[in-house]
Design a protein around this ligand. Sequence first.
Ligand code: 5AD
Ligand code: SF4
Length: 438
Amino acid sequence: MNKFYIETWGCQMNEEDSEKLSGMLKKLDYTKTENREDADLIIFNTCCVRENAELKVYGNLGLLRKLKNKKPELIITVCGCMMQENDMAKAIRKRFPFVDIIMGTHNIQMFPEYLKKVKEDRKAILEIWDKEESIVEGLPIDRESTMKAFVTIMYGCNNFCTYCIVPYVRGRERSRKPEDIENEIKKLVAEGYKEVTLLGQNVNSYGKGLEEEINFAGLLRRVNEIPGLERIRFMTSHPKDLTDEVIKAVAECDKVCEHIHLPVQSGSTKILKDMNRHYDREYYSSLVKKIKEQIKGVAITTDIIVGFPGETEEDFLETLSLIEEVRYDSAFTFLYSIREGTPAANLKDQIPEDVKHDRFNRLVETVNRICAEINKDYEGKTVEVLVEGKSRTDENKLMGRTRTGKLVNFEGSAENVGKLVNVKITKAQSFSLVGEEI
Ligand code: 5AD
Ligand code: SF4
């Protein structure tokens, strides 16, 4: 039987695309392997949001050259966001001529056809679709987890933050029909799934352009009604579009978890303006205040970029002070990375690497200290955990997450994998909690 190996870089959108590719391959009687050397087909699903992600792809492709020499029948496929960048696919073809299939993010549904063609006439395929087509429903999907599932509710982004390449590679916003989303989730529940994460670059603008009048708050309420589903999560929320109606829906819907991922990017109003974020520091602060008042026990997490062009020490200190004010449960922290083709790439005042790194270190220190302080508050409390399986750090323990998204390693009964249990937290660590099932 044929074996495939798939490596995924980047966000949950890419992970979901890889699950779809796996689903298509399983239908073609391929089985998955975790070992590249064993594979008859290797897929790299790439990300281009920062330069680092691209460097990893180049490095890994370089390593495949030897493998392909040893095993000429090996089929190599490169896909994902990086392929949608101007001239990137051609550059990959030139530099790594042994790649068999190059495709983009808008045509993954064509993969079985490309694969068949390559096998038949052994000619390389390069096909990138520039324009997003209408949404393709019903692709098979082979999910990593048997209890938690990502469900994309909208594709693309219309925001054009000046640092970001996503709108150029993922296209404009398109929402899935609510009944398609609902049916997918009902099917998941019937298969035993307990938790869904509704995905989109900006879930708060869900519904625009659909025939049926519905917004994100409405969708949350509708999904909340699905019997047997236990937990609903969602990401990502652009602060400018997070309405009172959504906050109210999160507060009122029992299945919607108390966690909002609310990327701030910077605490400085001047930098936010240059980033084209459409909000200022005051607006963001008051939004967080409102969320905390209305959603009891909410965890707030964020994305932060340091070293955006023109960022002064004062601007950076504003970011630090905002972190102290909001007290994030966790934050993804990034060094600004120039992305050709985005407006910020042409800004004059780029920040020297050493300054960026110094700020990054101070940022991480602040984020981690607060995260550890928040975790400490969990000691002695009892929390609901969805049991995912064996702990990765201790064979004898189980692991799962709280509604607020905290990772818990705990002593408990393996019979409860896939179920919700109550866990008493005995000890807080910097990035996780330790406890015992009660
Ligand atoms: N440089 C650094 N970080 C970036 N992000 C997006 N583009 C860039 C870039 N050019 C970050 C943002 C976004 C997250 C997914 O990636 O913080 O929210
Ligand atoms: Fe990129 Fe901004 Fe769209 Fe997020 S909202 S994907 S950061 S352009």
